[in-house]
Design a protein around this ligand. Structure first.
Ligand code: UTP
Length: 287
């Protein structure tokens, strides 16, 4: 069955990026020349997704407005005769079909996904974290979807991290099936480096069956009342094979200040318009 829908949870509070995120969504921070979230939506479209379901929350209106038609702006650009910019603005709202649902309290990633239950319905769907940019030749979600179609089961994108860094992530216990493809035997949240079952971390793209909603409904809220996706994924592993797909490309967690800066520098260097000038500028810095 074709995966048609992608859920993009963007209702998190973004506390790691305060004060920048006090009144503006982290997903709308400009990454080189467009907001972070636009990279994720473009990846969805290039991966063959037909509908993006955004789970938004308080203070996230700017995301809806960004993907909506802006009549005032369009008529102004038309009057000014700036047809190039006008085309670019129209292309953003025509990227893909959008649907917005609201998470009225930030009760965790698992809870955010659960908010999309009615709109997703009874079919497999993708989940893409709205603050994770994946820069790759073949769109990252497409890589994950290809494994889903081949192995006919849920797939989670994974990425290799330094052994010393594993305690920041959800880490899988893998059984290698082929280069870059794993059967996930278990998952551990933020293990100590010496106890980590691998250095493969869960990294922001998933293809999940509709059964995940029942598992999320059963998941007990943690100490701060949040429903964690990892708990439901662990239960899913107990029900049948779940696969890991090592994504080829660069993964940036733009929800962290350092990740955001790394993405900005590396993506700016690749920009066809000013990448070379930026490289020369960086070379001139006395580091
Ligand atoms: P994060 O772990 O980045 O949490 O969420 P956060 O709350 O957004 O940011 P910090 O940790 O406070 O800085 C991972 C993804 O899940 C979404 C976020 O928007 C992000 O895309 N999320 C998280 C929700 O949609 N709702 C939530 O209640 C929590």
């Amino acid at each position: 069955m074709k995966v048609r829908k992608a859920v993009l949870p963007v209702a998190g509070l973004g506390t790691r990026f305060l004060p920048a995120t006090k009144a503006s969504p982290k997903e709308m921070l400009p990454m080189v020349d467009k907001p972070v979230i636009q990279y994720v939506v473009e990846e969805a479209r290039l991966s063959g997704i037909e509908q993006v379901i955004m789970v938004t929350g308080r203070g996230k209106r700017a995301i809806e407005d960004h993907f909506d038609t802006s009549y005032e702006l369009e008529s102004l650009l038309e009057k000014k005769g700036d047809h190039k910019l006008l085309r670019e603005m129209r292309a953003i709202s025509n990227l893909i079909s959008f649907c917005f649902v609201r998470q009225n309290e930030a009760l965790g990633l698992g809870h955010a996904i659960l908010c999309a239950k009615e709109v997703v319905g009874n079919e497999p769907f993708a989940v893409m974290l709205g603050d994770v940019i994946m820069d790759s030749d073949k769109p990252a979600l497409k890589q994950v979807l290809d494994i889903h179609y081949r192995f006919k089961g849920p797939v989670i994108a994974v990425e290799e991290v330094e052994q010393s860094e594993v305690s920041h992530y959800g880490i899988i216990r893998p059984e290698t099936l082929e280069d870059g493809v794993y059967k996930i035997l278990d998952m551990v949240e933020k293990p100590k480096p010496e106890e980590a079952p691998s250095n493969l971390c869960i990294s922001g793209r998933y293809v999940l069956p509709p059964e995940i909603f029942g598992l999320l409904e059963q998941a007990a809220p943690g100490s701060i009342g949040e429903i964690q996706l990892t708990d439901a994924l662990k239960a899913l592993v107990g029900m049948g094979p779940v696969y890991g797909c090592r994504v080829e490309g660069r993964v940036y967690d733009t929800g962290s200040k350092l990740g955001f800066l790394q993405a900005t520098v590396e993506l700016a260097l690749k920009n066809p318009e000013f990448g070379d000038d930026f490289r020369n500028y960086l070379k001139g810095l006395k580091l």
